[in-house]
Ligand binder design. Sequence first.
Ligand code: NAG
Ligand code: NAG
Length: 544
Amino acid sequence: MRSKLSSFGFFLVILFVLFQSGSPARISGSQSEAYVTLLYGDEFLLGVRVLGKSIRDTGSTKDMVVLVSDGVSDYAKKLLKADGWIVKLISLLANPNQVRPTRFWGVYTKLKIFNMTNYKKVVYLDADTIVVKSIEDLFKCSKFCANLKHSERLNSGVMVVEPSETLFKDMMSKVATTPSYTGGDQGFLNSYYSGFASAHVFEPNLSSSVRNSRPLPEMERLSTLYNADVGLYMLANKWMVDEEELRVIHYTLGPLKPWDWWTAWLLKPVDVWQNVRERLEESLPGTGGGRNPNEDLLLKLLFLLPLFVLLFCCYRSFLQILKDFFEALCRGSLCDHVKRIYYKFRAGGGLAYSTVGVSSSSIINTNQSKVPAYLGGVSICVCFIAALVSLALALAVVPRQVMPWTGLLLMYEWTFTLFCLIFGGYLHLTYQWGKMTTQAGSLSSHPESFNYDSGKGHQRQVSTCDAATWYYGLGMAFLAVAAPSLPCLFGITALFLRLGLMVVGGLVLASFMTYASEHLAIRSFFRGLEDQGTPRIRSTRCFC
Ligand SMILES: *[C@@H]1O[C@H](CO)[C@@H](O)[C@H](O)[C@H]1NC(C)=O
Ligand SMILES: *[C@@H]1O[C@H](CO)[C@@H](O)[C@H](O)[C@H]1NC(C)=O
């Protein structure tokens, strides 16, 4: 009986302790302190979602407030609420500076965090930051804390602020007269807190008794751990601070924002961001993993469309090759086929050193005069212009905030398809051109001199040409894949080395393209010449 009673008492004590330790901390936490960020438009929405997820991942239960301005859509607000953000509407504070970058129109709005007087203290984080380790100790920091960057200047990407109406009013009264070196809020804060560079460094590990015995500092400096700039990483290709202790990563590099798919292929630290993004919950239907439900259908279309175009354009030539191949197989002359390919490559290899891109020496003697001298040069120009145009179009077509792999895949698909269409169209033009060029002796009387294909007839010759085009096309595709993936193969993470290797790969690709484009154009010109005598009409196709 005694033991039963005592164990019951023990149970009560446990309950009491749990209640004591649990609830007051939560209540005071959710009411007086908060994480804050700002959202001006839907472009940074994904950034805010990932930031929120990263804060919750560190185990924080504090309020997360996002101040949104007019430019933000209702859907974005709904999504952020579903993610657990408290959404507060604010009006933009106009920028008083006449000389400033246009994108800085509303950045003074950031000062409104000093007016969030229903919180005792707020930790402000830019939407392009991510928390990798708990930063709850920042709430112990004094009235104003930030991090020094670029010599003596404070960076307003991560700040600890004690909101106060008098402070905010004072700021507002000085906004118009205080100079700002950036033309934005950061410059203003640097002028307003002019003595900041000499502030002491915030020491989170100081015991509260030591802290309370010192005079309360007006402002404190945060160590780099709380605002680690990706630019810093790029300089040395590693974090110049203890990576284990890193708290906040700030993706500052201008156009290289972590939500753009290509950034993941350039900057190593974006992996951390993408990892959090992949784990985003589906708080509204179709938003898991940071996907955009409005884009889902578009992505599928974007993926399938070029595939269909490619298939439609090439199925004829491909079927022809297959037919040819199987015919050869059935007649047991596969060996012949391989031999022909071998000859073609040997001929091609020899040609790389000659200026005339024709595959047969006999043809040079008889028909060289008919090839316009500028055909090769024009073809090379067309080839490079086609490549650039298709790259630019593909970049414009692929949505920016898709996953890195999706972006890369779509990019290749679109570039390749567009290039095939443009350059294939050009080749068809050269074919027509060749067909219209007058010639004395008909070439079609001895087509076998063209393709090392004696005795196999006309049909064979057409199909092997298509095969050659396929080899070139596949070669280009292979090089186009290999060039950018070189750095990954070698495990190189430094931005400049990565870019350097990509340039080398690009040069190899460019020289191959130079050779292939000239060769293909002259080939199709000759085929035009040669088809003059025959009544057969070729169907339009994209490769030949
Ligand atoms: C500052 O906060 C007060 C009270 O919360 C509010 O009435 C006032 O409009 C705010 N000022 C600005 C400029 O937002
Ligand atoms: C602060 O304390 C934590 C453990 O409580 C430790 O991991 C960390 O290294 C300390 N930081 C500094 C700057 O001493």
